[in-house]
Design a protein around this ligand. Structure first.
Ligand SMILES: [Zn+2]
Ligand SMILES: [Zn+2]
Length: 104
């Protein structure tokens, strides 16, 4: 787990590493299974295992299961050498935050 800036949420959030994201995707899939069985509305209630896993790990207090699925370190590029925000993608050539040209 590592705290990084999320481009979608526009805040620093705890992001999951490879191992943690595997567990999270499994719990996410289980959430859908729960939903099929229980038809519990709101949908969120079926994802308590995922939310608990993420929140126990990070101490963050996330309430939106879908948000966790894009809080994964590998979805973004490395940190910008200038401002420290992650490049938006692995292949980004410049930083959208500060305009810094990426050094390859
Ligand atoms: Zn986000
Ligand atoms: Zn930057």
């Amino acid at each position: 787990m590592k705290v990084r800036y999320c481009w979608r949420c526009r805040i620093d959030v705890p992001m999951l590493d490879e191992e943690e994201s595997k567990i999270a995707s499994r719990l996410y899939a289980e959430g859908f299974q729960e939903f099929k069985k229980s038809k519990k509305i709101p949908l969120k209630e079926n994802f308590t295992k995922l939310l608990n896993y993420y929140n126990d790990l990070t101490g963050f207090g996330e309430t939106e299961p879908n948000a966790i699925l894009h809080h994964i370190i590998d979805l973004y590029g490395p940190d910008c050498e200038n401002c420290g925000k992650p490049y938006r993608t692995e292949k980004a050539t410049f930083c959208t935050k500060c305009g810094n040209k990426r050094q390859f």
